[in-house]
Design a protein around this ligand. Sequence first.
Ligand SMILES: NC(=O)C1=CN([C@@H]2O[C@H](COP(=O)(O)OP(=O)(O)OC[C@H]3O[C@@H](n4cnc5c(N)ncnc54)[C@H](OP(=O)(O)O)[C@@H]3O)[C@@H](O)[C@H]2O)C=CC1
Ligand SMILES: CC1=C(/C=C/C(C)=C/C=C/C(C)=C/C=O)C(C)(C)CCC1
Length: 332
Amino acid sequence: IPQSVAKEPGGCCSYRNSEEMARRNVLITGCSSGIGLALAVKMAKDEQKRFKVYATMRNLAKKEPLEEAAGQRLGKTLEIKQLDVCDEQSIKACVNSIPDRRIDVLVSNAGMGLIGPIECQTIEEMKTVMDTNFFGLVRLLKEILPDMKRRKSGHIVIISSVMGIQGILFNDVYAASKFAVEGFCESLAIQALKFKLQLSLIEPGPVVTEFERKVFEDGMKMDLSAADKETAEMFTNIYLKNYKQIFQSLGQSAEDVAEIILAENPPFRHQTNTLYTPMTTLKYADPNGDLPIDIFYKMVFQHDKVFSASLNFIKLLRWRSRKSFDLGKPSQ
Ligand SMILES: NC(=O)C1=CN([C@@H]2O[C@H](COP(=O)(O)OP(=O)(O)OC[C@H]3O[C@@H](n4cnc5c(N)ncnc54)[C@H](OP(=O)(O)O)[C@@H]3O)[C@@H](O)[C@H]2O)C=CC1
Ligand SMILES: CC1=C(/C=C/C(C)=C/C=C/C(C)=C/C=O)C(C)(C)CCC1
C-alpha cells in the first residue's frame, strides 16, 4: 500500500507536527478481531511509522484484544473508533472525527459469512449478509470517495474473497455478496482511475479467524428440516464434516494476510493463498464455466476419499516445512 499512496497528503492545520502530517491516515473497518485487527496492528507498528491507523469496530465493548495487540502504539499510531458499516450516521461521525476528514487508505474489511442450504435460510438473514458485505462497502465509499476525488489521492483496499471469484458449495449468498463487491469495484475502478485513485481487491482463501468459528457454529445449530433429506445430509456429512479440515490444511493466519497486504503494492485483484489458486485458476482456464463445477463435484462426491487425503497431504507438507523452519534449517 505505502508505495501506491506516495503523494504528500493534501490539507494541513489540524496536525500536531509535520511528522504526523506526513503519516498516511488509514481507516480500517471490522477491527475487533481477525484480519482487521491484524492489519490495524501491523500498520500501527510499521517501523518507518508511515501510518496513522484509525481502527474501527461497531461495538467498542470488544476493543480489549485490539488494545492488547496494539500495546505502546495505542493512542500514538493507532486510535480506536466506533463505526458500524450498516449505519451511515456512524460512518459520517467517524470520518468527521478524523483531522481534515483526510483518509489516505481505506480498508473495507468488515464482513460476515453464511453457509447452508437456502431452503433453511430466511431472506432476512440473507439481506443482513448483503447489507454488511456489499452495502457496507457502498456506504463507506459514499462518505469517503468524494473527499478522495477532491484530493485526487487515495487507495481503497477491499477485503473480498476467493468466493468473490468462485462460488463454493453451500456458500451461495456469501459468494453472491462478494461477487457483488467485485462487480461494483470493477465498474468503479475505471472512474476512480480518472481521479488517480487506486482500488485493490484482496481475495483470501480460508483464513483462521473468528469467521470460521462463527460460520461453523451457525451451520451446526441450523434447523435443516426445511431441506430435503439428501441436501441436509450433503450439508452435514460432506460440507460441515470437511470444513475444519479445509481450514487446517489450506487456512492462512490473519497475520499472513496482513503481511501480504502491507508487503506488496497490490494490483487490482490479489489472491493471498497460493495453496488455493489451483481452484480459482480453473475458473479463468475455462470461459464456459463447466470445468470448476465438474472438478469440485468430483472432489466432493466421487473422490471425497482422495480429496480429504490430499488435504491431509497438504497439511503434512506445511507441517514439515514449518518444522524444518522451526529447527532453523534453511527451508528447502
Ligand atoms: N476468514 C476467512 O476464511 C475469510 C474471510 N474473508 C473476509 O475477511 C473479512 C474479515 O473477516 P475475518 O477477519 O476473517 O472474520 P472475523 O469474524 O474475525 O472479523 C469480521 C469483522 O467484521 C466485523 N463486522 C461485522 N459486521 C460489521 C458491521 N456491520 N460493522 C462493522 N464491523 C462489522 C466484526 O465485528 P463484530 O466482532 O462486531 O462482529 C469483525 O470485527 C470479511 O470481509 C470476510 O468476508 C475473506 C476470505 C476468507
Ligand atoms: C476447497 C473445496 C471445498 C471447500 C472450500 C472452502 C470451505 C472454502 C472456504 C473459503 C472461505 C471461508 C472463504 C471466505 O471468504 C469443498 C466445497 C468442501 C469441496 C471442494 C473443494
